[in-house]
Design a protein around this ligand. Structure first.
Ligand code: SF4
Ligand code: SF4
Length: 319
């Protein structure tokens, strides 16, 4: 191939709409940045937070959800499964997730909707078309588009392309991220980001690794670079998980880092744990999960808010 053809191939590669793994495009979203937004939830995350409320977002590939209440025990899924992963036990389908490869043939034949496929492959152009349909709401509410997950930085080409198209269309853009990616991955994506929603889960690297599967060193380093080098507005999201990250020491360390290493101009959003996502673990038939927490009381959330305010930070509960 001559140089000219190689260059043409390279340009085609850059302008081609990448495919990504998406599990939801949620319109009329009001908790993921200013105004009315469309939030695009991507599948796939390098973290395994024990309290994750979106377990359907952890794996990159589409997955089969099973709602036992809807199952009639008809056995059609058993016949459709080439992996012999399903059997009927006590009148209900039971799937061996070690054998299942999630291609969804069972969901296609299930007459009751007990089985469904969570997630789909789509091009960034296709997703942009869905986003664009709600443009009128962004304009009148000061809203825009948020890419969330899963982890948007785990699909950087898709995320970068989609954000670029949103910026070209004049939409406000936000990314909701754990920040766990190499800087060489983070920086190109941030070119098209107006607001970063950044998660702070635990300040101790060993505890962070125990609770999420990865250390926090890269995450904290990236937070500093995004704030100081790129100067992109940031909002700090702190999940409050009683028994896991709500000790006075960890709350004070989190506040100290945001106020001292970043800036007191960063608003802190405290996200109290709520068990609304627990049923999803049953639908994914995840067994042997060891996690137990509860929603913190209003008084406890108020105490924690006061610790952050004591470091000069503005606090919002939720969002
Ligand atoms: S998704 Fe899993 S259970 Fe369903 S047909 Fe495929 S292998 Fe079988
Ligand atoms: S096809 Fe659907 S309703 Fe029938 S046994 Fe399988 S999951 Fe249950």
């Amino acid at each position: 191939m001559d140089n000219l053809s190689q260059r043409a191939d390279g340009l085609a590669e850059i302008s081609r709409s990448p495919s990504g793994s998406v599990f939801n495009v949620q319109g009329y979203s009001i908790h993921d940045g200013p105004g009315i937004r469309t939030t695009v939830f991507l599948k796939g995350c390098p973290l395994t937070c024990l309290w994750c409320q979106n377990p359907e977002a952890m794996a990159k590939q589409p997955q089969v959800f099973f709602d036992s209440d809807k199952c009639r025990g008809c056995g059609q899924c058993v016949a459709a499964c080439p992996e012999r992963a399903i059997e009927i036990v006590a009148g209900k389908a039971r799937t061996d997730r070690q054998l299942c490869v999630d291609h969804g043939l069972c969901a296609a034949v299930c007459p009751s909707g007990a089985r469904s496929v969570m997630g789909r492959e789509a091009t960034a152009d296709d997703i942009f078309e869905e986003i664009e349909a709600d443009a009128i709401f962004y304009k009148h509410s000061g809203g825009g588009v948020t890419i969330s997950g899963g982890e948007p930085l785990a699909q950087p080409k898709f995320t970068e392309y989609l954000l670029k198209r949103c910026k070209e269309a004049g939409f406000h853009t936000a990314i909701d991220t754990s920040g766990f990616a190499k800087w060489s991955v983070v920086e190109p994506v941030m070119k098209y980001v107006d607001l970063v929603l950044y998660d702070f889960k635990h300040m101790n690297p060993l505890e962070h690794a125990r609770l999420t599967g990865v250390s926090n060193e890269l995450i904290l380093d990236n937070a500093k670079k995004i704030h100081h080098q790129l100067a992109i507005p940031m909002l700090a999201r702190v999940p409050l998980i009683p028994g896991y990250n709500d000790t006075p020491e960890n709350i004070a360390d989190t506040a100290k880092f945001i106020a001292g290493e970043l800036s007191t101009s960063i608003r802190v959003h405290l996200i109290p744990y709520h068990p609304f996502g627990e049923a999803k673990y049953e639908r994914l038939e995840v067994r042997g999960r060891f996690f137990s927490s509860h929603t913190p009381s209003g008084a406890r959330v108020a105490e924690i808010s006061d610790i952050f305010r004591g470091y000069g930070l503005a606090v919002t509960i939720g969002g």
